[in-house]
Design a binder for this molecule. Structure first.
Ligand SMILES: Cc1cc2nc3c(=O)[nH]c(=O)nc-3n(C[C@H](O)[C@H](O)[C@H](O)COP(=O)(O)OP(=O)(O)OC[C@H]3O[C@@H](n4cnc5c(N)ncnc54)[C@H](O)[C@@H]3O)c2cc1C
Length: 521
């Protein structure tokens, strides 16, 4: 398959600029430019000839010609390569070192737009190619296997799952591109084996530690780092947070056509790095010990960060359905996000989407557009009470059936494959897949009683916490922003805004701490 004619092309002036920064080279038919499992390859822009992108079995996925470029997100993240690039027609090309390319993307807006959006689209396309990426071998009865599947899904890694016990060793066995194997790795070990994830030193000292890499955390990282604070962001799962899993955010200022969560998150991370913030993932914060001048946060795998100020931006987690046997179906036929792999599974199938909020509406529209027969179930009498009007209209447009006042009481199926659900009304409705968007609970359990929280576990700030600053918690120098904060508006833009605003209070706190220091004698 040759890349579609409307696929992105570099202009003559962009090619000329790349030629100045890189080297012009040639290659013969059959030469391999990079192969599955490689961890480094340059940005390659084609001047003449063709390159075939093939999977590990040698099957061609796509072919690129003149003025096209190679690569996907791993070129920027350093992640192992999932495909092989083989010269298919005598090739003349420009190779630009990836570090040089990264610098260029910071400076050249139009090139950055073209390359980033293409890389993100390619990663989404790779997720739909059968047999590509990681192989995960482990039975669904293994909790570790199911956790690993959740992790690779939220990190948008292409993968294949074999629902069986590995021939030897603990489950799951994870086979990496290039065939290296890991037995029951932690999420950190997996990402680092793939070449991603900055190794933190056992102890680090920073000005601002941001815990959580969603919109609030990334907002704070951009403003903190750009205003001269040594800023570290630790994220336990995938940078982007809940927003990263959104199909399309339609109401974010500046993107009238909407923007996918992946693209918004990718851009935010690039922007934070550009200003010198360090996003470190996957590192989960497990305890917080307030101190005089420095607060100490301990992370999984025995890391310790001493920070002059801490921003808690750990957001919220999806609520689960209170029905028996749910875990058996999760990851197989019950999901909490609707991405390309799930849409591929659900084509022409009967699908239930549960929830009355915009996230449920977005998922229902996305799945219906992919050919699924979608029914949206929600508890209230009228969907308009909880969902934006434009989405209600989209549901009608794409033929999504809406059932008001509906709640699920039981799931029916075998071996994790759903057949039907029973509603509290007693009615049985046939569904092969279920997507749950039931709201969220705050990720604050790890904090214990370090900072004051409300009855639902959300963090109190400002006057409610008897704090000096609006976003300060009950402990001076520890701040909270975004969905995790009691009373916040649970939206992307407000999370970003609060993250940015928190930095102003961090400066005020640091100034106060500095002025209180005893004068040197
Ligand atoms: C499917 C979906 C669609 C949505 N669509 C829209 C929309 O169209 N418009 C809109 O405005 N809003 C939308 N939202 C809501 C919006 O995404 C959230 O309000 C926003 O992401 C909140 O940002 P946050 O940074 O506060 O928290 P989050 O996005 O929840 O990020 C918190 C991060 O902290 C990490 N974390 C948690 N605990 C720890 C720990 N102990 N250590 C380290 N890291 C930790 C988490 O892994 C997560 O990445 C949507 C949400 C969802 C789920």
């Amino acid at each position: 398959m040759v890349e579609p004619p409307d696929s992105p092309m570099l202009s003559a002036s962009q090619l000329a600029m790349l030629a100045e920064l890189g080297n012009e080279q040639t290659a013969d038919v059959g030469d391999v430019l990079y192969r599955v499992g490689d961890q480094r390859y340059p940005f390659i822009a084609i001047l003449e000839g063709e390159v075939a992108i093939v999977d590990a079995a040698g099957d061609e996925i796509v072919r690129h010609g003149p003025s096209r470029f190679l690569g996907e997100l791993n070129l920027l993240s350093g992640q192992s390569v999932f495909v092989t690039a083989v010269v298919a027609q005598p090739l003349r090309y420009i190779a630009v070192d990836r570090d040089v390319m990264r610098e260029l993307l910071f400076e050249d807006g139009p090139l950055s737009d073209l390359v980033l959006s293409t890389f993100i689209a390619r990663r989404e396309a790779l997720q739909t190619v059968e047999g590509l990426g990681l192989q995960i071998v482990g039975p669904r009865s293994s909790g570790e296997t199911m956790r690993m599947l959740d992790f690779v899904r939220s990190n948008r890694l292409p993968f294949v799952w074999h629902d069986e016990a590995p021939a030897e060793g603990e489950a799951p066995l994870v086979r990496l591109p290039g065939n290296a194997e890991l037995h029951a790795p932690s999420s950190g070990q997996l990402l680092r084996a793939l070449g991603v994830g900055r190794e933190l030193a056992p102890r680090e000292e920073v000005d601002l530690l941001v815990i959580g890499g969603g919109p609030a955390g990334l907002g704070a990282a951009v403003y903190g780092a750009s205003e001269g604070l040594d800023t570290l962001v630790v994220e336990s799962t995938a940078l982007g947070g809940q927003a990263g899993s959104s199909r399309r955010i339609e109401n974010y200022l500046g993107f009238p056509a909407g923007i996918t969560g992946t693209e918004l998150a990718g851009r935010a991370v690039t922007q934070a790095r550009k200003f010198g913030a360090r996003p470190a993932t996957p590192y989960r914060a497990v305890s917080l010990e307030p101190g005089n001048g420095r607060h100490v946060v301990r992370l999984e795998e025995d890391h310790e960060i001493a920070a002059r100020a801490v921003l808690l931006a750990t957001g919220a987690d999806y609520r689960r359905l209170p029905v028996d046997g749910l875990a058996e179906y999760e990851g197989l036929s019950v999901f909490y996000a609707a991405g390309p792999p799930e849409a591929r599974l659900c084509g022409a199938a009967r699908v239930g989407v549960v929830g009355g909020g915009n996230s449920a509406g977005q998922a229902a529209v996305w799945l219906a557009r992919g050919g699924a027969l979608v029914t949206l179930l929600h508890r209230r009498a009228d969907l308009r009470e909880t969902m934006s009007d434009y989405l209600v209209r989209e549901l009608e447009r794409y033929g999504v059936a809406v059932r008001d006042r509906s709640e699920i009481e039981a799931l029916h199926g075998e071996e994790g494959h759903l057949d039907a659900v029973t509603l509290t009304s007693g009615e049985r409705v046939p569904f092969s897949f279920l997507f749950l968007f039931l709201g969220a609970r705050p990720c604050t359990e790890w904090l214990g009683d370090t900072v004051l929280r409300d009855d639902n576990g959300f963090i109190l700030t400002g006057a409610d916490a008897h704090a000096e600053h609006l976003l300060e918690t009950s402990v001076p120098g520890i701040f909270a922003a975004g969905d995790v904060r009691s009373g916040s508006t649970k939206r992307c833009a407000t999370a970003v805004g609060e993250g940015a605003m928190a930095v102003q209070f961090v400066h005020a706190h640091l100034g106060r701490v500095l002025t209180r220091r005893p004068a040197p004698v």
